[in-house]
Design a protein around this ligand. Structure first.
Ligand code: CS2
Length: 482
């Protein structure tokens, strides 16, 4: 049954703007606020959120308005379903519907205190830990800053208007799967601002906080089948409804510019040092996801739970976590790594989610750096073994052929799609390995130029080509790795 809303929606004020109203934000960011507002001990019950999309998604926002700004989240696993009506949204914004001034003006409003972002890795337009000044969207926004289209351009234009109106402190909180996502957001925003006007960059440095955060909840993109499953619980279709797992975690660096919502009442944790949390989640959960998605997809598994039903994949992913990811992690007092990995294996096996391998394999060029570059470098520095990580990189090289081992489609959806297709069309074997490892935005020179790195990846790619994904993994499992 849907629970009733335990807070007064009329009391909510637009103190918070969320950019990127996708499935993840609905089931995680807004859900945490919903829980916090619902907590009987909540003192502040006026944190309302305006939700925005920048490009696609206008129809979803229109549908949300039509539904009275309310949507449903079904938390589900093999034990059952918990259905929630989620209602902290107080407004919606889309440039194509509301004009290009709407979001920047909203950022300038005195009442706004917090902006959260789920714009995916590529939304930050980063290169080498800072702004990618050659990115086409960034160039276009620098040429016409008052009509921005990129998230960074929109944030900076909003902050310029906020400065002009004399309104102060604001917090911008990144909720994407990047290491030190707050620092990266600060770098992208202030560098863009400095290219526009140095004074604006100085103002941002003095007035805006960019805490980092680690977010975790598995929320597959909604499919027709998922909408049908949700409707079977809800009794009707909800265009903005989401199906997700029961697990939720949000660790947030306690570094806000002003007031902060009582997110701890919704399950979030305020932490001093975020890096160990980020590293643990990105390398253990997300790294394993890329392993299962790429190699499982190649082997013909359509979903993560199907991979987990295959004993070779299930054993391999546990070993990847415990032997290749865990040793590389910075210390996190109190962390129970074996328990965390057992919990991850159970989460991946959730057969209600139908999390598509092809979805996780999208944007792999944006994901590999934070999931694998540091762990592999760690092993190379110490002469450690990283054969399963090598297979992930090899899997990406194989994925771009576009067809899996069962004749299944392997879609290439990636900001580097054109380069990847060109590499796939013109290279094989060692040449393919060198061409992919030559993608500098993915593999930094310092790693790509290390002979044992290239040799490890080339051997994995060979094994994958000769034996196929499952047998290549099985051969690694059968070996003594140290
Ligand atoms: C996944 C993540 O698509 C992906 O790359 O690894 O979206 C993952 O489901 C979340 O980070 C879980 O918190």
């Amino acid at each position: 049954m849907t629970n009733t809303i335990p807070y007064d929606r009329n009391a909510l004020r637009p103190r918070w703007l969320h950019i990127g109203f996708g499935a993840f934000a609905r089931a995680h960011i807004l859900m945490v606020l919903h829980r916090a507002l619902s907590a009987p001990q909540a003192a502040e019950r006026d944190w309302g959120v305006t939700v925005a999309r920048l490009n696609s998604g206008r129809a979803e926002l229109d549908a949300l308005e039509a539904e009275g700004r309310l949507y449903h989240v079904a938390e589900t696993d093999d034990a059952g379903v918990n259905l929630h009506a989620v209602a902290p949204v107080v407004g919606t914004l889309h440039p194509a519907r509301d004009g290009s001034d709407a979001i920047p003006d909203h950022i300038a409003a005195a009442e706004l205190e917090l902006i959260t972002l789920t714009i995916t890795e590529k939304g930050y337009c980063l290169a080498d830990g800072g702004l990618n000044q050659t990115d086409a969207a960034i160039r276009a926004d620098l040429d016409d800053p008052a009509k921005p289209r990129s998230a960074i351009g929109v944030l900076v234009e909003g902050l310029a208007r906020r400065k002009a109106r004399g309104h102060g402190a604001l917090t911008i909180l990144s909720c994407d799967n990047l290491m030190e996502n707050g620092h990266l957001t600060r770098a992208a925003v202030t560098q863009f601002a400095r290219l526009r006007e140095p004074e604006l960059a100085d103002w941002i440095e003095a007035n805006v906080a960019f805490p980092s955060s680690m977010v975790d909840r598995i929320v597959p993109a909604m499919t027709e089948a998922a909408h049908d499953r949700l409707a079977s619980h809800l009794g009707r279709r909800d265009p903005n409804g989401v199906v997700c797992e029961p697990f939720l975690q949000w660790a947030i660096e306690n570094d806000f510019a002003g007031a902060r919502p009582p997110l701890e009442l919704g399950g979030a944790q305020w932490v001093k040092e975020i890096q160990p949390w980020e590293a643990m989640k990105l390398r253990m959960l997300n790294g394993s996801h890329s392993f299962l998605a790429l190699l499982g997809g190649i082997a013909g598994h359509a979903t993560i739970d199907a991979c987990m039903g295959d004993p070779v994949f299930a054993r391999a992913v546990e070993r990847l976590m415990l032997e290749e990811a865990a040793p590389t992690l910075p210390p996190l007092p109190g962390a129970d790594i074996p328990g965390y990995s057992r919990q991850l294996l159970a989460r991946f096996s959730n057969s209600e989610l139908k999390h598509r391998t092809a979805q996780i394999a999208s944007d792999t060029s944006q994901k590999l750096p934070q999931r694998f570059v540091a762990p592999i470098s760690w092993h190379l520095d110490r002469g450690g073994a990283w054969p399963l990580s090598a297979l992930v990189l090899a899997g990406w090289m194989r994925w771009i052929d576009g067809v899996g081992e069962n004749g299944n489609d392997l879609p290439i959806s990636d900001p580097l799609a054109d380069e990847l297709r060109a590499i796939a069309a013109s290279t094989q074997g060692e040449e393919r390995v060198d061409a992919v490892l030559g993608l500098r935005s993915v593999f930094p020179e310092g790693l790509a130029s290390r002979p044992p790195f290239r040799a490890g990846v080339a051997a994995a790619y060979d094994s994958l080509r000769i034996h196929g994904a499952r047998a290549a993994i099985d051969r690694v499992l059968g070996q003594e790795t140290r």
